[in-house]
Design a protein around this ligand. Structure first.
Ligand code: NDP
Length: 328
């Protein structure tokens, strides 16, 4: 049986080691669809898994990579046949089930989303979990009745993956988009994606007022901590903040005041176990509402071998936009 290349994380006495190995299909985990993986990507969570900075991996050994895109090689599911192009995001890929950093994967057919025809597999991974989560955040704002015309929507962590896709989506949908970033030198890039105002993130790092000036009709936050607390205190009456991340920290030093005096909503967004119907909806919305030129401009292609060098960089907030790995 022909072998294939994979990155394998193994638990050691001192922590973990991550090595390139040769596996065969017999080594793959259970599932009814086997995929030739053509592309994967690097999310913040992948950075945490590979550096071991957080306990993302919960079954050892593990092939990391929370996302993959590729072509079905074999299938015992009536829903998929060889040659179909598919995407997988989350479902604990790279945590408890072998993930995307390998030339092959075997997964449950229920985890697959058919690749929308507007995208190729590289585009799908330029979107990846970061971009699909940005779409879930936009859908959350819409469901809480935040409309274009209600005032600016703030996107934090703007130079990152969730941030970049969120900016592109919101601006295409007609929202006025303000962004906060630690990389104000990226103003031209952020304005190209659709930002109308670029704010230094230090403005959101101090102790928040219980109630600040009402500035945002809504917000998409991938940062957490004092940034999210400041954003909550500045959200307009009845507004909504979609929170998905922890790049600054897991704490949330806020008070009840924005909730009980302004009636705002803090909507958590969790992409990993999102039910299939909502994923399909999110991918359909991405196909309709994401400017493909902007998507391609925020993505940089790398060979998968670069993952070991890039993983610490994304955890340190040094990766701009999205990384796409070409595999095989
Ligand atoms: P990226 O690293 O691409 O983006 C994160 C951005 O946050 C950085 O680019 C930086 O933007 C900003 N940032 C980094 N460190 C700090 C800091 N100390 N203080 C303030 N801002 C900071 O990561 P992703 O976009 O892939 O993910 C973003 C977050 O969302 C992560 O925490 C991730 O775990 C989470 N996430 C959650 C999901 C869910 O299902 N809930 C799904 C996907 C992601 P800038 O330089 O512009 O300031």
């Amino acid at each position: 049986m022909a072998g294939f290349k994979a990155l394998l994380a193994t638990k050691t006495d001192g922590g973990q080691s991550v090595d390139w190995v040769e596996l065969t299909e017999d080594d793959l985990m259970d599932g009814d669809v086997t995929i030739k993986v053509t592309h994967s990507t690097l999310n913040y969570k992948d950075g945490l898994a590979i550096t071991g900075k957080a306990p993302v991996i919960r079954r050892w050994p593990m092939i990391p990579g929370v996302d993959l895109a590729g072509v079905v090689e074999s299938s015992s599911s009536p829903d998929y046949k060889p040659g179909d192009k598919v995407v997988v995001n989350g479902w604990q890929l790279g945590e408890t089930h072998y993930g995307g950093y390998a030339e092959k994967a075997r997964v449950k057919s229920g985890w697959l989303v058919p690749l929308p025809k507007q995208f190729n597999c590289s585009d799908a991974m330029a979107i990846g979990t970061a971009g699909y989560t940005a779409m879930l955040c936009v859908m959350a704002l819409e469901e809480h009745d935040v409309k274009p015309g209600d005032g600016p929507v703030l996107v934090t962590g703007a130079s990152g993956g969730v941030g970049g896709v969120a900016i592109a989506l919101l601006s295409k949908l007609g929202y006025e988009v303000a962004v906060s970033t630690g990389r104000t030198e990226e103003e031209e890039y952020l304005k190209y994606l659709g930002a109308s105002e670029v704010i230094d993130r230090s403005e959101f790092s101090g102790k928040p007022a219980m109630l600040g000036k009402e500035r945002w009709a809504g917000a998409i936050d991938s940062v957490g901590s004092s940034t999210l607390a400041n954003v909550l205190s500045q959200t307009k009456f009845g507004g909504c903040v979609a929170a998905c991340g922890l790049a600054q920290g897991t704490d949330l030093p806020t008070t009840v005041m924005p909730f009980i005096l302004r009636g705002i909503t803090l909507q958590g967004v969790q992409s990993v176990m999102t039910p299939k119907a909502r994923r399909v909806e999110a991918w359909e919305r991405l196909a309709k509402n994401l400017d493909i030129g902007k998507l391609r401009a925020m993505a940089v292609a790398h060979p998968l071998e670069d993952v070991l060098e890039l993983a610490p960089q994304i955890v340190e907030g040094k990766v701009r936009g999205r990384v796409v790995f070409n595999i095989g």
